[in-house]
Design a protein around this ligand. Structure first.
Ligand SMILES: [Zn+2]
Length: 192
């Protein structure tokens, strides 16, 4: 059975150009306000992606993030996209999950976020939605996912899917706009 996996992009464009301490702090504040979590751990994946987490991620978790980015970059190149295909371009926030099982009882660590444009859609839980991941900034490329203790393939999938929004934003703005909002249908993978 195909898992319903909601990964979303925010619609208030947050531009944080560069990487001064003040800009890093703005990104951190944004991640903390979206999730309600405090990200006290800062590490890099073996391939150089930036990780901010609520607790120290396992090496298997970090490798799964890298695998998601590797898959993303491969499919992006197939589509002739060239911008933002470096591991170090990405900042990934690993938040505490707000649920670990979906409505069918399947393992599905997700974060709860305000419903916004998803209000009234099939995803609406009463003012909020459960998302597998969420883009929180475009420059630098940043998104939030939930902590996983198993099913790490799902981590790779969520990373790849969130990354699709970011790659499209930087390489094909019209296609980004056409695919960013899943509230009226459409999902992942976008890139084939
Ligand atoms: Zn999405």
């Amino acid at each position: 059975m195909r898992l319903k996996l909601l990964s979303i992009a925010i619609f208030t464009t947050l531009l944080l150009v560069g990487s001064t301490p003040a800009q890093s702090r703005a990104l951190l504040n944004r991640a903390q306000s979206v999730t309600g979590d405090t990200f006290t751990v800062s590490v890099k994946t073996p391939k150089g992606a930036n990780i901010y987490a609520v607790s120290k991620p396992s090496s298997a978790m970090l490798k799964s993030v890298d695998k998601g980015l590797t898959d993303l970059f491969a499919v992006a190149r197939k589509n002739n996209y060239r911008s933002r295909l470096n591991y170090s371009d990405y900042s990934i926030f690993i938040a505490r999950s707000d649920r670990t099982k979906d409505s069918q009882g399947n393992y599905s660590p997700d974060i709860a976020v305000g419903a916004a444009q998803y209000a009234g859609s099939i995803y609406d839980q009463g003012g909020f939605i459960y998302a597998a991941g969420m883009v929180i900034a475009y420059t630098p490329c940043a998104f939030v996912i939930a902590e996983h203790t198993k099913d790490l393939n799902r981590v790779s999938d969520v990373v790849r899917y969130e990354g699709e929004h970011l790659v499209l934003y930087h390489n094909d703005r019209q296609r980004y706009l056409d695919t960013a909002d899943h509230s009226k249908g459409g999902g992942h993978p976008i890139l084939q």
